[in-house]
Design a protein. Structure first.
Length: 243
């Protein structure tokens, strides 16, 4: 059993990875041990035996048919998780603040700046962050839409997983490999919000509020206007309501 989760950041990647790894007793391939997202590197990753049986990893690459072909040839199961892009933006904002503090505490230097790094240390309604939302956030929604419509991955919606974790996890595992409901219950308990936060300091940054609709009390009209004008069609194609 091998599973690859490929989704944009802040979709719930670590939650679905935790759940599936617990259900099937899979080892996580983390950080530098996971492959780059280009086809050549993934092929080398597999050829060198770095993707052994009973493992799982997640990545944030764009949908590529050739990559899906390579994953299926391993063979491995491909899963993608998507989330309301309004909530995902709020989650990314809070994560980038905590990530920066975490790196600073450990004296780490980021190898390169990313467009989203402009959000560091600024209130969420700062003009710089509104500019990032308008010019830099669309790629995250686009990547999610591409995976959802690819037909190559098992699609999980964060909201469905949150609403009825047992039912959604059963749906997904029935596609991969059906298991006893007791194993699903054990995985759900092991991957509760509190338990995931206790796994590591790094995990506690990724698992913040674990809520649905957090953006409704956080984003203001300027944010919503940008979503409507710049990403309205993408939001609908992803399967969510434009506000």
């Amino acid at each position: 059993m091998r599973i690859v989760i490929s989704s944009p950041p802040k979709m719930g990647n670590k939650w679905i990875k935790c759940l599936l790894s617990r259900v099937y007793e899979l080892t996580w391939i983390n950080g530098d041990e996971s492959p780059d997202t280009n086809i050549e590197e993934f092929a080398r990753f597999v050829a060198e035996g770095r993707f052994p049986d009973n493992t799982i990893f997640h990545q944030h690459c764009r949908y590529k048919p050739q990559l899906c072909d390579a994953i299926e040839e391993v063979p491995a199961h491909l899963v993608t998780i998507v989330r309301d892009p309004y909530d995902a933006f709020v989650s990314m904002y809070h994560w980038i603040q905590s990530r920066t503090n975490y790196d600073r505490e450990r004296g780490r230097v980021r190898p390169k700046q990313r467009p989203r790094d402009v959000m560091v240390g600024k209130p969420i309604d700062d003009p710089v962050i509104l500019d990032y939302l308008a010019d830099g956030y669309g790629d995250q929604i686009r990547r999610g839409k591409e995976w959802v419509h690819s037909g190559r991955a098992i699609v999980v919606r964060y909201e469905d997983l949150h609403r009825d974790t047992m039912a959604e996890l059963k749906r997904v595992t029935d596609i991969i490999e059906p298991v006893d409901p007791a194993r699903l219950e054990q995985a759900i308990e092991a991957c509760s919000v509190d338990n995931m936060r206790k796994m590591s300091k790094r995990m506690s940054m990724h698992v913040r509020s674990a809520k649905v609709g957090d953006s409704k009390s956080t984003l203001s009209e300027p944010h919503l206007k940008i979503f409507r004008e710049r990403y309205g069609e993408l939001v609908k194609q992803l399967g969510y309501e434009v506000r």
